[in-house]
Design a protein around this ligand. Structure first.
Ligand code: BEZ
Ligand code: FE
Length: 304
């Protein structure tokens, strides 16, 4: 009898018995991960002491979470989001030096293939919503403006829906665009003032939030995916600090450094210069700071 087959299962020995059974796993990372998960999971069960009914409720919850998933809906990611796990994984994977722009969740509504647009273009294709001018500069940690940066931006409409949630209602690629910086590192485009919206809450995760006395809302934000060869990919948002849900984001994505002032302006001349009808528009300025990829930093001295 191998060691991994030895030992009878009791409350006291449960972790060791299960962990020993996994000893022959070929993948050492899998074995190590399962050891931690077994230890933490058994600890939770021993502390909670679930009744059979509670255990079955948990199983049914996970079953329903799987059943609602399809090519467009990923309820398990949503579950990870509302448990704070997505943000924790992201925080661990994107530790950066101070001064660099912080990451936050990607979310489920990014789509590849958004159109390349000339700087200054309007990403709002259906003329709905309050006009907003979005601008800033992209630099490295030394303050040098970065050229050739790809900025992929997306936002929800003024009713709180992304285009992919309202196919046939919003034009395809509404409120999405890809821009590229020139040597001054600057970016600017026209959009609409975003508003808060609920994460998809008609499934088991929404029900869980309800049972926990939590709302499903995310505060108003713009999403950015910012890339440049030789630099770490930046997946982030900028948030409206005046939004009513800024301190209770359903997915914990808000960071203080990612708040930008969404300024209301009443200036006919400036509005006309931006190409907006009327004299009222919103303005937000936010600069991003990228970090050189570690591999580039390591190979650089050798190249000299
Ligand atoms: C979003 O901001 O698009 C989002 C992020 C996490 C879950 C749901 C939506
Ligand atoms: Fe979003």
């Amino acid at each position: 009898m191998d060691e991994h087959e030895s030992g009878y299962f009791t409350e006291e020995t449960s972790v060791d018995v299960v962990t020993n059974r996994n000893k022959n796993a070929e993948n050492q990372r899998l074995r190590a991960v399962m050891e931690v998960i077994t230890r933490k999971l058994h600890e939770a069960v021993k502390e909670i002491e679930p009744t059979d009914r509670e255990w079955m409720e948990a199983i049914l919850f996970l079953t329903k979470t799987g059943q609602i998933c399809d090519d467009y809906r990923q309820e398990f990611i949503l579950l990870s989001d509302v448990l704070g796990v997505s943000m924790l994984v992201d925080a661990i994977q994107s530790r950066r030096p101070s001064g660099a722009t912080e990451n936050t969740v990607l979310g489920p509504f990014h789509v590849g293939g958004a159109p390349d647009m000339a700087m200054g273009s309007n990403i709002c294709l259906d003329q709905k919503g309050e006009p907003m001018f979005v601008h800033g500069c992209i630099r490295d940690l030394d303050g040098k403006p970065l050229e050739g940066v790809r900025i992929d931006v997306w936002q929800a409409n003024d009713e709180g829906f992304y285009d992919v949630q309202q196919r046939g209602v919003q034009p395809e690629f509404n409120l999405r665009g890809v821009f590229k910086t020139q040597s001054d590192g600057r970016y600017w485009f026209k959009a609409i003032k975003p508003r808060y919206y609920p994460i998809p809450d008609d499934g088991p995760v929404g029900q869980l939030l309800g049972h926990l006395g939590r709302h499903p809302y995310r505060p108003a934000h713009f999403h950015y995916l910012i890339t440049l060869d030789g630099y770490d990919k930046l997946t982030t948002h900028i948030f409206d600090p005046d939004d009513r849900y800024i301190h209770s984001d359903a997915v914990f994505g808000v960071k203080q450094s990612l708040m930008a002032e969404f300024k209301r302006k009443e200036d006919a001349e400036q509005a006309a210069a931006h190409g907006f009808d009327g004299s009222v528009f919103y303005d937000v300025e936010y600069d991003f700071v990228l970090v050189k990829s570690k591999t580039t930093a390591l190979t650089r001295p050798a190249q000299k």
